[in-house]
Design a protein around this ligand. Sequence first.
Ligand SMILES: [Zn+2]
Ligand SMILES: [Zn+2]
Length: 208
Amino acid sequence: MGTNWLPLQSFPREGRRLVLDDPRVWEDPIAEFGLACRIVEPLRAQMQIFPQDRGVLFRGRLTGTIVLPCVLCTEDSLVVLDQRFDSFEPFPADPALREERDESPAHEVDEAVIRITPHGGYELNPAGLAWEEFSLALPVNPLCREDCRGLCPLCGANRNREDCGCERPEGDPRLACLRDVVLAGKQKNQDAARGRDAEEKDHGCAAE
Ligand SMILES: [Zn+2]
Ligand SMILES: [Zn+2]
């Protein structure tokens, strides 16, 4: 991740304005996390950072345009970002203090954003803040278009472009496994009935 640790003491109480438009701020973590994301219009985060007693308050705006794979057909899904944010990042607890209070490491805050210096001060990584906001701004289910028809589950054809003509599986595919269970159960009953028929012929009572 693009890192540029700034000592928080250097930030005035009334806030400091920062603009992050170096492509590496996003390109490095995109590569690091293997994110299928392409930047088509430069990403830019402008923020105002206010040091507080227990953490850092930051407000700003993130803009840019990216391409993500559509969740249904994997074709390009264009995502225009224009996100305002207003967040608070608490200071990480001093490791020595935390041990004393027997706090679990689960309370640990993201060390990629704020860290404690060996001298007991704090350092801030604005690129980490920008990346956090970027991650939050990403759509969970990007679509190439509202009515994307997805890929054919049988032959893999993109149904937005062609009608492959495959027979659609009957019923709700999510219930297919249940249907198999029911069929298997029925089969078992029939087998059992057949077995019984062989033993006692003309019993006359079907197990259907
Ligand atoms: Zn699609
Ligand atoms: Zn098909």
